[in-house]
Ligand binder design. Sequence first.
Ligand code: SAH
Length: 360
Amino acid sequence: MIHPLPLADSPPPTDDRQHLLDWSPEMLVDWLAEQGQRSFRGKQIWHWIFRQRVTEFSAMSDLPAGLREALETQFVIYRGTVSREENSPDGTEKLLIRLADGGEIECVLLRDGVRRSICVSSQVGCAMGCVFCASGLDGVDRNLTRGEILEQMLRLQGHLPATERLSHIVMMGMGEPLANLDRVLGALDVARSPAGLGISPRRITISTVGLPVAIDRLAKHQVPFNLAVSLHAPNEALRSRLVPINRKVGLAPVMEAADRYFAASGRRLTFEYVLLGDLNDTPACARQLAGLMRGRPVLVNVIPYNPVAGLPYQTPSAARIAEFRAILEGAGVNVQFRQRKGSEIDAACGQLRRNRQAAG
Ligand code: SAH
């Protein structure tokens, strides 16, 4: 059952104030110095935004009134607006955010036991072209800024009661995070920082279609995040069909880059595998996948296809899924089969935006 809420928020800002979340703490301190303010004010401002969840400068009660006014004149905290909210009875909440230039992105809050996970977008649209995915059907419009990535996290945090905190972040919303790596890392470094959201990097996962050069760059980042590679096929021909970017990249280079990431980070790798009926769900595929995973320290996350309106793919039958699972487990692969939470509110990436576009 879907529980659409009324359209929320005021229209996007039409002014040209800066998005404060695009600014680094150092930039803010420089600006504060220009205003004749001490640097500790910067820490106070971030604390209000990330920990006290304040969305207006006027609420920052321990700042001098003149500084609050100067901030108000120069900056906005949120630059987009929530154009739609949906929640489902399992506690999943999804936001469609309309950006200042009219682009739309999605982000999701998932509640699972004590976990409070969020799924965040990195681009408007996606250029990778995975044939079963709603996000890339119209290609990519642009990269998100660091502030637009952080704004998603803050807005979702704002949906939690004050007694609860975000525990996990996955970069699994719209877009290819490794195609916008600098801004994604800029946002995630704030998310993990104690002065930001304070989420351990062990609880932050970047999901990628598998871009080897960018994976190597990520491996050099000072703090290792978890890496998930969207594999979806155990051989070259099938992967090139389902994940078209594979024609340029190739399966072996993706696996080798993933191995190098493990060697550099020590973090167990995750491979995602969306099961598409009669395409990549056969016993032969399961055996080939088990062979590819042999000797690698991995978790294989198998996700039954979540139907996208207008696309011809099928969710496999329960019997097919069980057989696929039995073969992998029989081969000793560390595997997780998960039904996507929130599927009833189109919580698979790109679907809410798509349905809204279709509805005009
Ligand atoms: N571009 C990145 C992250 C975004 S997609 C990546 O490819 O990993 C996040 C995950 O959702 C990917 O594994 C993707 O393949 C999967 N996904 C996309 N559309 C889906 C659908 N209709 N059903 C199930 N999973 C889907």
